[in-house]
Write a new protein. Structure first.
Length: 122
Protein backbone atom coordinates (compact mmCIF):
# COMPACT_ATOMS: atom_id res chain seq x y z
CA UNK A 1 0.00 0.00 0.00
CA UNK A 2 1.31 3.46 -0.92
CA UNK A 3 2.21 5.90 1.81
CA UNK A 4 1.55 9.61 1.95
CA UNK A 5 4.59 11.75 1.11
CA UNK A 6 5.33 15.41 1.65
CA UNK A 7 7.92 17.33 -0.37
CA UNK A 8 8.78 21.01 -0.09
CA UNK A 9 9.76 22.66 -3.37
CA UNK A 10 12.76 24.33 -1.72
CA UNK A 11 14.18 20.86 -1.04
CA UNK A 12 13.95 19.71 -4.68
CA UNK A 13 17.01 20.23 -6.86
CA UNK A 14 16.69 21.92 -10.25
CA UNK A 15 17.19 19.95 -13.42
CA UNK A 16 20.51 20.49 -15.10
CA UNK A 17 20.51 23.62 -17.29
CA UNK A 18 20.15 23.05 -21.00
CA UNK A 19 16.42 22.63 -21.60
CA UNK A 20 15.34 26.22 -22.11
CA UNK A 21 15.76 29.17 -19.80
CA UNK A 22 13.86 28.03 -16.74
CA UNK A 23 14.22 26.37 -13.36
CA UNK A 24 12.44 22.99 -13.53
CA UNK A 25 11.83 20.98 -10.36
CA UNK A 26 10.72 17.38 -10.92
CA UNK A 27 8.57 16.20 -8.01
CA UNK A 28 6.82 13.03 -9.18
CA UNK A 29 9.62 10.57 -8.28
CA UNK A 30 9.87 12.05 -4.79
CA UNK A 31 6.10 11.93 -4.28
CA UNK A 32 5.83 8.38 -5.58
CA UNK A 33 3.48 9.09 -8.51
CA UNK A 34 3.26 6.20 -10.96
CA UNK A 35 0.57 7.44 -13.36
CA UNK A 36 1.55 11.06 -13.97
CA UNK A 37 4.52 13.42 -14.08
CA UNK A 38 4.45 16.48 -11.83
CA UNK A 39 6.91 19.32 -12.45
CA UNK A 40 7.17 22.90 -11.20
CA UNK A 41 8.67 25.42 -13.62
CA UNK A 42 9.96 28.82 -12.54
CA UNK A 43 10.44 31.11 -15.53
CA UNK A 44 12.39 34.37 -15.13
CA UNK A 45 11.66 37.25 -17.51
CA UNK A 46 12.33 35.97 -21.06
CA UNK A 47 12.50 32.41 -19.66
CA UNK A 48 11.24 29.66 -21.94
CA UNK A 49 11.38 26.05 -23.01
CA UNK A 50 12.16 25.03 -26.60
CA UNK A 51 9.32 24.03 -28.93
CA UNK A 52 8.55 20.36 -28.28
CA UNK A 53 5.83 17.75 -28.13
CA UNK A 54 5.09 14.56 -26.24
CA UNK A 55 4.31 11.44 -28.26
CA UNK A 56 1.93 9.93 -25.69
CA UNK A 57 1.31 12.37 -22.85
CA UNK A 58 -1.21 15.14 -22.64
CA UNK A 59 0.07 18.06 -20.59
CA UNK A 60 -1.63 20.53 -18.31
CA UNK A 61 -0.03 23.91 -17.71
CA UNK A 62 -1.45 25.51 -14.56
CA UNK A 63 -0.25 29.06 -14.00
CA UNK A 64 0.31 29.28 -10.26
CA UNK A 65 1.94 32.71 -10.15
CA UNK A 66 2.37 35.42 -12.76
CA UNK A 67 1.61 35.31 -16.47
CA UNK A 68 3.16 33.49 -19.41
CA UNK A 69 2.68 33.09 -23.16
CA UNK A 70 1.87 29.52 -24.19
CA UNK A 71 2.26 28.56 -27.83
CA UNK A 72 0.36 25.37 -28.70
CA UNK A 73 -0.16 24.23 -32.26
CA UNK A 74 -1.23 27.26 -34.29
CA UNK A 75 -2.55 29.14 -31.24
CA UNK A 76 -0.98 31.50 -28.74
CA UNK A 77 -2.44 32.08 -25.29
CA UNK A 78 -1.64 34.67 -22.65
CA UNK A 79 -2.12 32.48 -19.60
CA UNK A 80 -2.64 34.45 -16.40
CA UNK A 81 -2.43 33.33 -12.79
CA UNK A 82 -5.10 30.73 -12.07
CA UNK A 83 -5.36 29.62 -15.72
CA UNK A 84 -5.00 26.05 -16.99
CA UNK A 85 -4.01 25.14 -20.56
CA UNK A 86 -4.35 21.54 -21.80
CA UNK A 87 -2.04 20.40 -24.59
CA UNK A 88 -2.90 17.09 -26.31
CA UNK A 89 -0.21 14.58 -27.34
CA UNK A 90 1.76 15.36 -30.52
CA UNK A 91 0.94 19.09 -30.46
CA UNK A 92 4.07 21.28 -30.62
CA UNK A 93 4.07 23.70 -27.69
CA UNK A 94 6.31 25.90 -25.57
CA UNK A 95 6.03 28.58 -22.89
CA UNK A 96 7.72 31.99 -22.94
CA UNK A 97 7.70 34.52 -20.11
CA UNK A 98 6.93 37.80 -21.84
CA UNK A 99 6.72 39.76 -18.56
CA UNK A 100 9.27 41.44 -16.32
CA UNK A 101 8.42 39.17 -13.34
CA UNK A 102 8.99 35.50 -12.56
CA UNK A 103 6.22 33.09 -13.50
CA UNK A 104 5.56 29.77 -11.75
CA UNK A 105 3.89 26.97 -13.69
CA UNK A 106 2.71 23.54 -12.56
CA UNK A 107 3.08 20.92 -15.30
CA UNK A 108 1.15 17.65 -15.08
CA UNK A 109 1.67 15.00 -17.75
CA UNK A 110 -0.25 11.78 -18.14
CA UNK A 111 0.68 9.11 -18.91
CA UNK A 112 4.19 9.63 -17.51
CA UNK A 113 6.92 10.21 -20.05
CA UNK A 114 9.19 7.38 -21.03
CA UNK A 115 12.49 7.72 -22.86
CA UNK A 116 11.88 9.06 -26.36
CA UNK A 117 8.43 10.52 -25.61
CA UNK A 118 9.73 14.12 -25.50
CA UNK A 119 10.59 15.42 -28.97
CA UNK A 120 12.28 18.82 -29.33
CA UNK A 121 11.41 20.37 -32.69
CA UNK A 122 13.89 23.24 -32.78
Amino acid sequence: MAEEKVVEIKDVESLEPGFGKSDLRVLHPLLGFEHLDFVIGIFPPEGDLPPHYHTHAEELYYIYKGEITVHAGDRTYIAKEGTGVNVPPKVVHWPYNHTDKDCEVVFVLSPPEKEGDLVVTE
